[in-house]
Design a protein around this ligand. Structure first.
Ligand SMILES: Cc1cc2nc3c(=O)[nH]c(=O)nc-3n(C[C@H](O)[C@H](O)[C@H](O)COP(=O)(O)OP(=O)(O)OC[C@H]3O[C@@H](n4cnc5c(N)ncnc54)[C@H](O)[C@@H]3O)c2cc1C
Length: 422
């Protein structure tokens, strides 16, 4: 009897677990995802800023699994886990499992601020990145038409909340877009896209990285004209103004939210297995506390068993990938009646690109910055892309873009139809 493994979520964790089980005929695996494609979040900001196409960093699940007889795909949204009947309920049908693996990742955390939730622009997936791209391009068009100087300026002010790697990378790229594109192609407007604010509650940008990385990010972005506000948080977003904790306000039509995440909700799990940031508590083998045969991987889980990580692991791609590989091996060890291996995180470092030709890299033993760091960043971000064609296409596209400074995909597209039939 083959064991039926259901994996909900085809992000880094989900597809790496599939890789581990795809040639093992003892398992029948069903991947459940609300989208029909895998995508690469670290490069989402380049889609949002019209730098690269969404297809450069996405890959259809069915193509990914088509060579493997024991892997299947079910497109659907997880609604509830029914552990007593070992079933999951999705909006497209119910499925029975022997092992259930939850790898649904996170969603933006707006910290209870209703206006921010309603009007700020998150950037966590392809749809949000494309929406943001359209939104900023439309604002530039409106600013170019608007004769009222104050209203036009408000349209050009862009506020980014969150000074982690995503906020820093986005600020750097928008500042350069302002310089290379908006000033050239939108002669009617004064500021282009370069009136940028980057806000963080903490005293430093890139707070999880080295002091060198923090200072480099600050100095480089400041030189590019980004207004960096630290030790201050967004309190509200009302009447077209971002309201800060120090009482100051910034008039803007664009508040981009990269300021924290919360685990996706999974109804049906025991209440005591949900911890801070709505992360699912797991043991050292990624099994959800208080359940049988249910596991959680990656950003959505909280594993407090490694003494070097008393508050849990950072929500990074490498953690998700390594946990998935370990769980895949453990599923095989269960079948072989062998002792299971607990998860141990191998920290390979972190990095952020700040501007063209300038990045910072923190390795476990040393840090470096500048052009070599930038080349390292490019290389490291091409390697894990799914699909050989995607890797080559992106490498060539980057080469062209960095030489010409002129991405040409600034298209405002709204896919829609007017009748209501399917
Ligand atoms: C903008 C951005 C930049 C980042 N940059 C970096 C970086 O440079 N380096 C780094 O290490 N990490 C980075 N991260 C973090 C990294 O992307 C995550 O740690 C990693 O994606 C976690 O993998 P995961 O498999 O747990 O979840 P995800 O990759 O988020 O995958 C979750 C999957 O679940 C699916 N899903 C969600 N809800 C449902 C549902 N209800 N039903 C069915 N399917 C569902 C989604 O469609 C998705 O396919 C970044 C994240 C973001 C958002």
């Amino acid at each position: 009897m083959k064991k039926h493994v259901i994996i909900v979520g085809g992000g880094f964790a989900g597809i790496n677990l599939i890789k581990s089980l795809r040639n093992d005929s003892r398992f029948r695996v069903t991947l459940v995802d609300k989208n029909n494609y895998h995508f690469f979040p670290p490069l989402i900001y380049q889609v949002a800023t019209s730098f690269i196409e969404a297809s450069n960093i996405s890959y259809p699940f069915r193509k990914l699994i088509s060579k493997y007889d024991n892997i299947h795909f079910h497109m659907g949204n997880l609604l509830k886990v029914h552990s007593e009947s070992k079933t999951i309920e999705t909006d497209t049908g119910n499925l029975k499992y022997d092992y259930l693996v939850l790898a649904l990742g996170t969603e933006p955390n707006f910290f209870g601020m209703e206006n921010v939730k309603r009007y700020a622009l998150p950037m966590k997936n392809i749809e949000e990145a494309l929406y943001l791209r359209n939104y900023m391009l439309l604002n530039l068009e409106e600013a170019a038409r608007n004769k009222d100087v104050k209203a036009a300026e408000k349209l050009q002010n862009v506020v980014i909340a969150g000074g982690g790697p995503t906020g820093v990378e986005l600020a750097g790229m928008l500042a350069e877009m302002g310089r290379y594109i908006a000033e050239k192609e939108y002669p009617e407007i004064k500021l282009g896209l370069s009136n940028l604010y980057l806000i963080d509650t903490l005293p430093n940008l890139l707070s999880s990285m080295s002091e060198m990385a923090q200072e480099t990010a600050y100095q480089t972005l400041e030189k590019l004209g980004v207004k960096i506000l630290l030790n201050v948080s967004v309190k509200d977003y009302a009447d077209g103004k971002v309201i800060l904790s120090d009482g100051k306000t910034i008039p803007t039509e664009t508040l981009i939210w990269t300021s924290g995440v919360i685990g996706r909700e999974v109804p049906g799990l025991p209440e005591k297995s949900i911890d801070r940031g709505r992360r699912i508590l797991v043991d050292g083998y990624n099994k959800v506390l208080g359940t049988e045969n249910i596991y959680a991987l990656g950003d959505i889980c909280l594993q407090l068993t490694e003494k070097e990580y008393p508050k849990g692991h950072p929500q990074l791609a490498q953690v998700a990938i390594q946990q998935a590989k370990n769980l895949g091996n453990n599923f095989k060890r269960i079948e072989d009646e062998k002792v299971l291996n607990p998860f141990r995180y191998n920290n390979k470092g972190s990095m952020a690109i700040i501007s063209k030709f300038n990045a910072v890299v923190d390795l476990p033993k040393f840090s470096f910055k500048g052009f070599i760091a930038w080349l390292t960043w490019l290389f490291i971000h091409i390697l894990p892309l799914v699909g050989f064609r995607n890797k080559i296409r992106l490498a060539l596209e980057w080469l062209r873009l960095f030489i010409t400074n002129n991405p040409s995909i600034r298209l405002i597209l709204y896919p829609k139809r007017n009748n209501t039939s399917k």
